[in-house]
Design a protein around this ligand. Sequence first.
Ligand SMILES: [Zn+2]
Length: 466
Amino acid sequence: MKKLITLLGFLYLGQLTSSAQNFLGFSEKGTSTEKELEAKFDAQLNAQNLRTWMKYMSSKPHYVGSPHNRANAVYMRDLFKSWGFEARIDTLYTLFPTPKVREVSLVSPTIFKASLVEPMLKEDGTSNQLKDHLPTYNCFSADGDVTAELVYVNFGRPDDYDVLEKMGVNVKGKIVIVRYGGSWRGLKPKLAAEKGAVGCIIYSDPKDDGYGQGDVYPKGPFRPEAGAQRGSVLDLPVAPGDPLTPGYGDTKDAKRLDIKDATTIMTIPVLPISYGDALPLLKALDGRVAPESWRGGLPIAYHVGPGAAKVHLKLQFDFKVEPLFNVIAVMRGSEFPDQWILRGNHHDAWVFGAADPLSGMVAVMEEARAIGELAKTGWKPKRTLVFCAWDGEEPGLLGSTEWAEANRAELQKKAVAYLNSDGNGRGFLSAGGSHTLEKFFNQVSRDVIDPQKISVFMTVYVRIFW
Ligand SMILES: [Zn+2]
C-alpha cells in the first residue's frame, strides 16, 4: 500500500511540475488569451456578494412548497436577469409528502414516549422559527401503525444481517433500530423491509456525529442530544425524481401514477430520531450483547434483542403535490449556440440550508455575475451557458430529474457538459464524474487558489500523503 501511495505521489508531482503546458484544447496563443480572460473573471469575484445572498436565502426554512423557497427562486431569477441572462422559473409539480402524525413509544418493559422535537436554543436566534420548520422525518416513508419487538441491526447493511443470522436473530415481524452511517440511509429501511421488518427507526449515534467526535452544538459543530437527521428514503438507486411520473416530466398536466402503484416509495414506515430519544429504546433491549464494532457512544451495554423491548411506531403523511421552482438562466453562445454547457446546484434545503446547498449555490451565482460582467465588456461565450438552480434535491433529486425528463429531446441534442456542485466547505477538494474529464479537471484545479493560498490541486495531492 505504501509503495502505491509513493508511486501516486510521483505521478502527481509530474503533473504539478508541468504547469507550463497549454490548456487542453488550446494552442499556446489561445492559452495565454484564455489566461488573461480568467484573470479578468477572477478580478470580478467579490466575497461580500456571497455573504449578502447567503444571509437572505438562509434567513428562513426553504424546503419544497414553503414560502421562502419560492421567494428564493424569484430572488435568484431577478439577480440572473440583472446580470444579463435570460432567466426564468420553470415550474413543475411533484409529490412531496410531509408528516401529519409521528409517534414513537416504548410500550414494554417500561413506558417512554420519544419527544421527536429539536428544541430552541437561546444561543441560536434562528432556532425560534420552530413553527416554520418541517418536523424531523424521512421523506417518502410509508404510512404505518405498528407495534412489535425491537431489534438493533447496527448500520443495517447486508453483512450486519449475516451477523444477526449467525446469532440466531431474525427481524421478521419486528421493528428494527438502525444507526445512521455506513450506508446510504434509504438502503436501511429497504433492506429491513426485504428481511420482513414492519418498521424502521434510524437514529444518530453520538459516536458517529455527536460527542464522540467533539463538542456538540452550540459549543461545537457536532450533533446535540435532541438533533435528528432529516433525509429522503426514496428508492434512488431504482429511480430518482417524482415517483408518480417515472421517466417523464411532472408538468402540470402529466399523467400521474396512483400512489399505490409507485415503485420507489418505501414500503414500511421509517423515522429518524435523536440519540436522546434512542437511548431509552436501546437501553431496554435485551438478548445477546452486540458485537464490539456495533457498539456506539451511549453509556449502555448495546444489546441486539429481540425480547422485552416493544415499540409502537405510528406515522401518517400528507401525500400532496407541490410546485418545484427550477431557476434557469441562459446566456446564448456566439459561435455554437446549440451547444449547451450546463452549470447547476440545488437551492432547496431541509431547514435553513446555509451549508447544504447555499454555500454551493451562492458561489454559482457569483460565477454567473462575473461572467455577466465580462459579457458587458463585449466578450461572449462561444457556447450557450445554462445556469440551473434546482428545487427539490433533498427529497430525491426531484427538480433536476423532472426538468431533464421534461426537456429530454432538447438536452439530448444540445447538452455537451454538465457541472454540478452541492456545498463548499473548508478542507479538501473532491470531485466525481465522467472519467474523460479527469485530465481537464486536474488541469483546472491547478489554477484555482484556495483561501489558504495553495492551489486546490495541491489539496488533492496533500490528501494522498496525509
Ligand atoms: Zn445538497
